[in-house]
Design a protein around this ligand. Structure first.
Ligand SMILES: Nc1ncnc2c1ncn2[C@@H]1O[C@H](COP(=O)(O)OP(=O)(O)OP(=O)(O)O)[C@@H](O)[C@H]1O
Length: 309
């Protein structure tokens, strides 16, 4: 987290929106079942349109309603309502300190671990209120996994990094089953071929990009439904970043994904939904193509064109 007044858009040397528009992720690739025609209407017809249900007839995987977060006396989120859907990547963008990470942490109750943090509002996962005191947060964090900015593998072997979660959750009944889970998870994270001959080596000995894919494999291993990613590429070089973006693209057929990113080209490339936050408020949420080509709100327009931060 950083102060709101810090400069943003260090990645905005490329002019917006034209460059971004050319590369916005498609909603209609084979990993995401085709959306109804009304979803595919031209962005230009949406400018003055009232807020619409972007996913008519579908239930969101997660729904947040009027979520407010306080750190002590300071209010960091001012009533955010948003949905996260299966088969879609939702990007959270906005200036530093606007509350993106705070909101992401609400989705698997990671703010519980911060002394003085208080969350109000309702957040559901498949309709179940995850803010309830009865919610088992260990189970919740397996269902809603998280990948952090800095790759943080355990100081254990590659195998153990992936096997740890399934073991504590009792997901494997024996060695063969555990081996299969580890292999499947590493394959899904696009890392298997690079590490299959050195599973006993330390996870911390891998390159930064490999470590991040190992962390993604670790999240996948406990069979999550949602994966939260908090600036997962910010510590990586462009090649490692491209691999993670490709991976996100592949994973979205299986998991609902929410990603915080400062990199708007990345948001445009990997996401189908984008939420723009500013000063603790959700200013605009919509189809990524609309947000980057024809936002309804002036503040969104100003942000994506690099006019303020
Ligand atoms: N643990 C904390 N204790 C106190 N204040 C916090 C804490 N975490 C975040 N904040 C404050 O809450 C506000 C939102 O911070 P948050 O990190 O969620 O923003 P962000 O949009 O993710 O920022 P960045 O893009 O710089 O990471 C900021 O004013 C920040 O200083």
């Amino acid at each position: 987290m950083t102060d709101e007044k810090q400069p943003i858009l260090t990645n905005s040397a490329v002019p917006f929106p034209s460059t971004v528009v050319a590369r916005v992720a498609s909603e209609n690739d084979p990993l995401a079942p085709g959306l109804p025609p009304e979803e595919q209407q031209s962005a230009s017809t949406n400018r003055a349109a009232p807020a619409v249900d972007l996913d008519p007839g579908t239930s969101p995987k997660m729904r947040a309603e009027d979520v407010k977060v306080y750190y002590g006396e300071k209010q960091a989120l001012k009533g955010v309502s948003i949905e996260v859907h299966d088969d879609k990547v939702t990007a959270f963008i906005g200036p530093s300190g606007c509350g993106k990470s705070t909101f992401l942490r609400c989705l698997n109750r990671m703010n519980d671990t911060i002394a003085g943090a208080r969350v109000t509002g309702t957040i559901t996962l498949d309709g179940e209120d995850i803010t309830s005191p009865d919610m088992d947060v260990v189970q919740l964090r397996a269902r809603v996994g998280m990948v952090f900015q800095k790759p943080n593998p355990f100081p254990k072997s590659i195998f153990e990094n992936v096997a740890y979660g399934p073991r504590i959750h009792g997901l494997a009944s024996g060695k063969d089953e555990m081996d299969a889970i580890v292999e499947k998870s590493l394959r899904r994270a696009g890392l298997w071929d690079e590490v299959k001959d050195r599973l006993g080596e330390s996870g911390t000995a891998l390159s930064g990009g490999q470590q991040q894919r190992l962390c993604i494999a670790r999240a996948i291993a406990v069979d999550p439904e949602v994966i939260l990613m908090d600036e997962p590429c910010s510590a990586l070089d462009p090649i490692a970043t491209a691999k993670i973006e490709e991976l996100i693209h592949e994973l979205r057929g299986r998991y609902a994904i929410a990603i915080v990113t400062h990199n708007m080209q990345q948001a445009a490339r990997v996401s189908q939904r984008t939420a723009f936050f500013h000063l603790g408020e959700l200013i605009e949420y919509g189809k990524t193509s609309d947000i980057f080509t024809n936002p309804r709100e002036q503040r969104t327009q100003d942000y994506i064109t690099g006019r303020y931060g």
